[in-house]
Design a protein around this ligand. Structure first.
Ligand SMILES: [Zn+2]
Length: 425
């Protein structure tokens, strides 16, 4: 390690408190879907107070709707509602180096049911080396780490040889339109790092993910003549079973090398169910929303066609559904999977940076979920990976992130900047 690199790491350590404070500040904003305006303001103020000039990039469907990566959603995008992505470019101090971009998402998933939590999800608690709170791990601590990794270079009295872009985005948890909007606005780099809380690992594969909705009409009757009605809720059961069978089939066909060691890499989740309106009325309507994953190499159009076919085939077996076919719509995630070699320059350099600090090379991480890497891998320059803090119970109650691992993430990001972009005085 050079004396300059050591100075940068020392500067990261100097910012430890700031990193943890920013994590807590961000956790305090309950930034679930459509409620992100306040966290964006907090982040914007933080970036501004650090001397950066963040720009707001809204998700504008008028601009994006013809982009192959744009996911149609069933909520509205309103102008000037404060739900913006933020981008701050730190200009190069030199002219020789490779550019970098750090991306983190500010949106979180719902903490419900609140009664499962030991303490309120938006009141961060620091205990035994961990910070508890919704979004503490996924991924507000990572954002704090990446911002102060950049700041540490400056504190060490140095500049970077190429531009660094700090980017915080929305809608990572539902579609990826936030990261896509920033990419579409022209923000990309030679290397992209995302501090998702998968720990100190280098992500080399992620699966594709899509969301879809099945809706079924029934025939309402008073229960006293239920025999002549058709219960839409019960009509969903065989449809769900057919999707479960499809899940099994997909898990065992065309399995890419990277996923061969997993017993069940692809998962179907029936996440929402709705239907009926009265205990004594045969349900006239029912529907459910699902998340399904698919292997890298399969296109969104292909998996979409497979799901439509599965539902149609299942409906054929039921006399009512044969005449009243279920409706299948696709909204939110339509992210294809990808695989990238661990030997790609940015990934191997990141692994080396971890090794020089932690003493051992970073493991590779094969993800059974999707992340915003999708935008950069499918539509950008394509040297992108995740490396981040250690968290537990993300998307569940009592989410927590390990404090030491947050600081480690900041140190590795700072060292990566020093070497990838290059330092100049
Ligand atoms: Zn995340």
């Amino acid at each position: 390690m050079t004396p300059e690199e050591k100075a940068v790491l020392k500067a990261v350590d100097h910012y430890s408190d700031e990193i943890l404070n920013l994590t807590c500040k961000l956790v305090r904003e309950p930034s679930t879907l459509q409620n992100e305006a306040s966290v964006v303001t907090v982040m914007e103020n933080e970036l501004t107070s650090l001397g950066y000039s963040p720009v707001r990039i809204p998700i504008d469907p008028e601009k994006l709707e013809n982009h192959p990566g744009f996911a149609p959603v069933d909520w509205e995008y309103r102008k000037n509602d404060g739900r913006d992505n933020l981008v701050a470019v730190i200009k190069a101090a030199g002219s020789e180096g490779r550019s970098a971009l750090f991306n983190g998402h500010l949106d979180v998933v719902s903490p419900e049911p609140l009664s499962y939590w030991s303490s309120p999800p938006y009141e961060p608690v620091s205990q035994d080396g961990w910070i508890f709170g919704r979004g503490a791990g996924d991924m507000k601590s990572g954002i704090a780490a990446m911002v102060y990794a950049a700041k540490a270079v400056e504190r060490a009295g140095l500049g970077l040889g190429a531009d660094l872009t700090l980017e915080t985005v929305l809608e990572e948890e539902c579609c990826g339109n936030g990261a896509l909007a920033c990419l579409y606005a022209g923000y990309d780099a030679d290397a992209v790092l995302i501090p998702e809380p998968f720990g100190p690992t280098v992500l080399t594969s992620q699966v594709g993910v899509l969301w879809f909705r099945i809706e079924v009409s029934g025939k309402p009757r008073h229960v006293l003549e239920a025999g002549v009605g058709s219960n839409a809720i019960e009509k969903c059961f065989p449809l769900i079973q057919s999707l479960r069978n499809l899940e099994e089939e997909l898990n065992h066909s065309h399995v890419p090398e990277e996923y061969k060691d997993f017993s069940h890499p692809l998962n179907l989740n029936v996440g929402i169910i709705r239907g009926g309106d009265w205990p004594s009325t045969v349900a006239a309507f029912a529907g459910f929303d699902c998340r399904m994953s698919f292997f890298p190499g399969m296109s969104f159009d292909k998996i979409k066609e497979v799901i439509i076919r599965t539902i149609a085939k299942s409906a054929q077996k039921d006399p009512w559904l044969r005449l009243n076919p279920p409706r299948t719509t696709f909204f939110g995630f339509r992210s294809e999977g990808h695989t990238i070699s661990q030997d790609t320059p940015a990934l191997s350099m990141l692994s080396k940076c971890h090794k020089d600090i932690a003493g051992e090379p970073a493991d590779k991480y094969i993800a059974t979920c999707t992340t915003d890497l999708r935008a950069f891998m499918s539509f950008g320059k394509g040297q992108a990976t995740c490396f981040g803090p250690v968290a537990e119970r993300i998307h569940a109650e009592n989410e927590k992130v390990n404090i030491e691992s947050i600081i480690h993430t900041a140190r590795v990001y700072a060292l990566f900047l020093s070497r990838w972009c290059g330092l100049c005085s």
